[in-house]
Ligand binder design. Structure first.
Ligand code: THU
Length: 130
């Protein structure tokens, strides 16, 4: 079901340069669903991935704890890029689901980004709580 939501979101992708539409669906730990697609730009570096689009939408709606992110893009499993992994770590992502050749592939987030530098708690050791 999360993968279906991600696939739907991919239909809204703006990907005129790569022609690689991606959709992501974020499920919060309290059960809300947020989706995003990739949004490219003629200045390529300004492209926003589907996952970060979904995460910023989640935060703007007042939620900060990610349980699962599902990603759909292309014919191969579309694992989140490095930048998106860091952003997902910030909000405690627990699990990642992508489409595989024989159905959904599901991994623990820590398998994708072990020993992550993550979250306000790490920084507060140095900066104090702000
Ligand atoms: N992309 C995503 O949206 N998420 C990923 O996990 C991988 C890459 C997008 C960025 C760019 O618009 C296109 O896919 C090709 O890299």
């Amino acid at each position: 079901m999360l993968l279906d939501a991600a696939a739907r979101a991919a239909t809204f992708a703006y990907a005129p340069y790569s022609h690689f539409p991606v959709g992501a669906a974020v499920l919060t730990s309290s059960g809300q669903l947020f989706t995003g697609c990739n949004v490219e730009n003629a200045a390529f570096g300004e492209t926003i991935c589907a996952e970060r689009n979904a995460v910023t939408t989640m935060v703007a709606a007042g939620f900060r704890e990610i349980d699962t992110v599902a990603v759909v893009g292309g014919d191969e499993p579309c694992w989140p890029c490095g930048a998106c992994r860091q952003v997902l770590a910030e909000f405690g992502c627990r699990r990642v689901v992508v489409t595989g050749p024989d159905g959904p592939l599901e991994v623990d987030f820590t398998d994708l980004l072990p020993h992550s530098f993550g979250g306000p708690r790490d920084l507060s050791l140095h900066l104090g709580d702000t």
